[in-house]
Design a protein around this ligand. Sequence first.
Ligand SMILES: Nc1nc2c(c(=O)[nH]1)N[C@H]1C(S)=C(S)[C@@H](COP(=O)(O)OP(=O)(O)OC[C@H]3O[C@@H](n4cnc5c(=O)[nH]c(N)nc54)[C@H](O)[C@@H]3O)O[C@H]1N2
Ligand SMILES: Nc1nc2c(c(=O)[nH]1)N[C@H]1C(S)=C(S)[C@@H](COP(=O)(O)OP(=O)(O)OC[C@H]3O[C@@H](n4cnc5c(=O)[nH]c(N)nc54)[C@H](O)[C@@H]3O)O[C@H]1N2
Ligand code: SF4
Ligand SMILES: [Mo]
Length: 862
Amino acid sequence: MSVKTTCAYCGVGCGILATPTGARTASIAGDPEHPANAGRLCSKGTHLGETIGLDGRLLTPMIGRKQATWDKALDLVAKRFRDTIAAHGPDSVAFYVSGQLLTEDYYVANKLMKGFIGSANIDTNSRLCMSSAVAGHLRAFGEDVVPANYSDLDAADLIVLVGSNTAWCHPIVYQRIRARCDAGAKLVVIDPRRTETADEADLHLPVKPGTDVALMNGLLAWCRDAGVLDNAYLDAHVAVSDGFWDSLADGYDLWSVAKTCDVPVADLRRFYELFAANPRTVTMFSQGINQSLTGTDQVNAIVNVHLATGRIGKPGAAPFSITGQPNAMGGREVGGLANTLAAHMGFAPEDVARVGRFWAAPNMASAPGLKAVDLFRAVGEGRIKAVWIMATNPAVSMPDADRVRAALADCPFVVVSDVIADTDTSAYAHVRLPAAAWGEKDGTVTNSERVISRQRAFMALPGEAKPDWWIIAQVAQRMGWRSAFAYDRPADIWLEHCRLSTYQNDGARRFALPGHAARGNAEYAAMQPFRWDDTPFADGRFPTPDGRARMVAVAQKPVAGTLDAWPMTLNTGRYRDQWHTMTRTGLSPKLARHREEPLVEVHPDDAVRLGIADGGLARVATPQGDSLYRAQVTPTQRPGELFVPIHWTDRTSTGGRSGRLPRPLTDPVSGQPGFKATPARIAAVASDWRGFLIVRDETPRPDCLWATRVAVPCGTVWDLAGEGDAAKLDRLLPRGERIEAIDSARGMRRIAVLQDGRLAAALFVTRDGSLPSRDWLVAQLAEASAAPTLLAGRAPGVQVDRGPIVCACFDIGLNTILTTIAEQRLTDVAAIGKAIGAGTNCGSCRPALAKLLQPKGSSHAA
Ligand SMILES: Nc1nc2c(c(=O)[nH]1)N[C@H]1C(S)=C(S)[C@@H](COP(=O)(O)OP(=O)(O)OC[C@H]3O[C@@H](n4cnc5c(=O)[nH]c(N)nc54)[C@H](O)[C@@H]3O)O[C@H]1N2
Ligand SMILES: Nc1nc2c(c(=O)[nH]1)N[C@H]1C(S)=C(S)[C@@H](COP(=O)(O)OP(=O)(O)OC[C@H]3O[C@@H](n4cnc5c(=O)[nH]c(N)nc54)[C@H](O)[C@@H]3O)O[C@H]1N2
Ligand code: SF4
Ligand SMILES: [Mo]
């Protein structure tokens, strides 16, 4: 029997059919009936089945390093929070939660903090993710409503992607965009990097980071001069402040903007002309816009253009903030941000009173609490003395993460609820609580287009794991609020959430779930995906006091010049097949193959100037700290700019932890950190030797200059580089029968360890020579008896190296694809699919395949 649920990962919110095939195994398929994906899944969704085992799971509550009963752990958490509040007041405690909680979990956490503890010190990792979009929506619309549906993409003639690597981060929405482009729509991508998304666009504008306000203000001025403003719409539905148009007088003509954004005038004009010519335009944006010190202004600059041209509330025309996490939107609906309350209410006195009445709350918070960066600063300064972190890994993902680590290390009481036992954050926990994971828990999520879907369990709870809502409600009860938190099941919480959404709501709040509040448990169990507010703003009325939207005057701020000590600009972001801090995608050998290591992408001119070799190691430093990467020299970067991924942690690499690099500076309106532009420098790093360690059973991370963990079938590989004598690595090898070939003079070590005649581990190190491809040795981990040629690192006879995996679904490597293209003279992606199957399942690698067909381009960026 298959169970209908939704994907654990991104905000596209794809429907999944999970069919258990054993206690901890399931086959995963796209749900053909779900409106978000109609049966399709990207590489991450497709490989969810590889991540549902119990590897690394936290299965019992832990107090310190000792197992504890739930009773003990919950009592301790309740007592420590109660005592701290009694001694230091409600603002001395905090929750830091996540867009990966389900709506029901989120609702209970928010209710406990804001209604019962009496502080608004609950913030969420969504602060790092889309709080600028929330703030921009509030300023323009009066309420945080995303005025777009995916179907708008199907109706658009022009799709503009700003600061969004959609092909990698929202692949199923991207496939929808591609389909629309195949039918004739134009695609413009605005991103400093030439991403795979940009590669396939009709026009790519590689803007200088942080200049999107100029770009959009220039567009608005161009539209005005070209006579494409919708004056009737402006007159009827938009409040334009006095002097608004004058604010565009200086610096937003075509030539000035081209200069500010550092793009060719002709390309900029082409974008503006395309925009002017196509009333059905969707402008979709994500972190390149939100994660900026001027993120809120950038959001409003985009919204302004749509309001002024009347491109909102109509099919195929919308500004579209696409969300990252699976339940980022649900978190907004329950008020998970420190500056929102619940059900799209804020801290206006009448909202506070209304929510207080509804909750029968004894201690309503009356003012916003601390936003993430300030919250951890307060922990560091000792103002917050107890913090509970749920479903997020701030020791990795916060800006200036080493400061967050120091704050947690000094904090008198840290609680972490996670599904994984050892994360970089849980290392600082006094109490660890085992949360139920995806596939084990029930609740709802809201995707980027306001579709609410059920997540459903299809596996039993392992060990002592419990759903997050239960854990929070138990603590609340033990803090003394029994009846307010006496939930038996998620359906009870859902009902309360629906009732609050319509409570004393005369239509002033667009977020309302009427008709859903009547649902009992049976209906909740059977709930079908539905959208709240199907066609936002179609009537031209906005949830502001006068019913009009606001054009907010925003000016391009000077982009800070580079400093002598930090001459480069560091950008951070995502890889196609990894999710955030890799606690789950890192378990999948297939997903590891796309990009096995944290790379720093650097332009060839900079590489030559700084002596950085493609494939060599390089250290990136910022005023906050430094981190080590493998260099990828690529013309897809702008000169002077670096890009690193956010995924690697202290568990998975000695280098490549990017969170320590960005400054803890935030947008003044939204409080969102500016993750995308940090002053930086880079230098090549030499090592004496390089090598790899292959092990069947987990080993602790090797202690050397460079050690990066890669999941492989039946074991783990550590990619290694170091200084001095490599012999010290030998102690990482397990006991067993050793065969070895060691040439100390040449610095060559090849050691294999056999247990019961099978390969258990292999360590290969070289100082100057080459290393065999690891593929064959890795495959030996699965063999019943060791091959005689282990130390050669290959089977007898000829070897074909397939190269890095491009198509994760069918395990097809770069070399195989290049050979096939050459031999069969293939010219399109479909032909590659026909010949060898690549790209025919989830489709996530299709942009990479398209790139391989191009004669130019850097093929190794696949
Ligand atoms: N594979 C994968 N998918 C994911 C995730 C994941 O971890 N892995 N995470 C999910 C989450 S939570 C989120 S928030 C989304 C994020 O999805 P995206 O926003 O698409 O991802 P990012 O890689 O963070 O950044 C997007 C792009 O912004 C560009 N950018 C940087 N500075 C600027 C600028 O000044 N102007 C402009 N116009 N662009 C700029 C970057 O070069 C980058 O290519 O992805 C979601 N989907
Ligand atoms: N430099 C830089 N930093 C960034 C970004 C960037 O672009 N650049 N992007 C930011 C953005 S947009 C985001 S969204 C954040 C993401 O950053 P994080 O939220 O820190 O990343 P995750 O790895 O998704 O952390 C989720 C944690 O919750 C656990 N978990 C999973 N499911 C459950 C569950 O059901 N219950 C509980 N209790 N735990 C669970 C996972 O094991 C994991 O430890 O990173 C931000 N940080
Ligand atoms: S696009 Fe991929 S990661 Fe996002 S929800 Fe769909 S299957 Fe999951
Ligand atoms: Mo995010």
